[in-house]
Design a protein around this ligand. Structure first.
Ligand SMILES: C[S@@+](CC[C@H](N)C(=O)[O-])C[C@H]1O[C@@H](n2cnc3c(N)ncnc32)[C@H](O)[C@@H]1O
Length: 241
């Protein structure tokens, strides 16, 4: 079963739409880089935490897609309940059903890109984002940083050794992969990339790095998000011709 269709996970993402809302860093980034009338595609939108709250900020030309049927159904229910005219579709970010050059901005929030196992599969997302973005427009996403937290340095050093000696856990695909506790009952997959890997992927798919900043260095988190989300890096990359 796709992990983002498990009940606990779906319930939490539905709650987050109103309980957490936008991260203060997300608000700051959008205010600085994106015009209010830009057309925005919210990839991996879940139940719509970012979609609804960006809409409420005035980014009304926004739509959301997600691979989880259950999360998209919840987003649609919320849109009906809030009488909010946002289109939500079940779709795979690796195979977008849009014509080329449709959007001014594409967003993949909360490290969603790195919930997709395998480098080549994540690269497919960038390829598709490149295709549906208008020329010179921006893709915004976030990633955990393997080198960004000294608390985990020993863990990653040991992991590296295990991978080099082919002693890693066989259900993992690449060095950097982890299953983390979502709550008492559920584990979720995440690939913890390092900067070199992210920059390689960006370059290979013909994007130019425009901006890179740690979430914690952009601004203080809102009281609602404090303690709920770890630190990560915001990447803003521009489609090159
Ligand atoms: C960490 S959650 C973030 C959800 C939401 N953006 C938020 O911030 O509340 C990652 C989301 O990416 C979605 N996802 C994973 N793989 C996907 C894919 N290939 N295409 C579209 N969505 C995907 C998951 O279903 C999940 O909703």
């Amino acid at each position: 079963m796709f992990e983002y269709e498990k009940k606990d996970i779906v319930d939490r993402y539905v709650q987050d739409v109103n309980k957490i809302g936008l991260w203060s860093s997300e608000k700051e980034i959008f205010t600085k880089f994106i015009h209010k009338d830009d057309s925005i595609l919210d990839l991996g939108c879940g139940a719509g935490r970012t979609t609804f709250n960006l809409y409420n900020m005035g980014y009304t030309n926004i739509e959301g897609i997600d691979l989880s049927v259950d999360l998209i159904n919840e987003a649609k229910k919320l849109a009906d309940a809030m009488d909010c005219n946002i289109s939500f579709s079940h779709m795979d970010a690796r195979e977008l059903k849009y014509d080329e050059q449709k959007f001014d901005c594409v967003f993949f929030s909360y490290n969603g890109l790195f919930t997709i196992p395998k480098y080549e599969e994540r690269s497919k997302v960038l390829k598709e984002v490149w295709r549906v973005l208008k020329d010179d427009r921006l893709f915004i996403f976030t990633s955990y940083d393997r080198n960004g937290n000294s608390k985990y340095s020993d863990f990653w050093l040991k992991e590296k050794e295990l991978w080099e000696n082919n002693q890693h856990q066989k259900f993992l695909y690449e060095y950097g992969d982890r299953y983390v506790k979502f709550n008492e009952n559920e584990l979720v997959f995440i690939h913890v990339a390092d900067d070199l890997e992210v920059e390689k992927m960006i370059k290979e798919q013909n994007f130019k790095l425009e901006y890179k900043q740690k979430k914690s260095e952009i601004c203080a988190p809102s009281p609602q998000e404090t303690g709920v989300y770890g630190d990560c890096i915001f990447y803003i990359v521009r489609k090159m011709g």
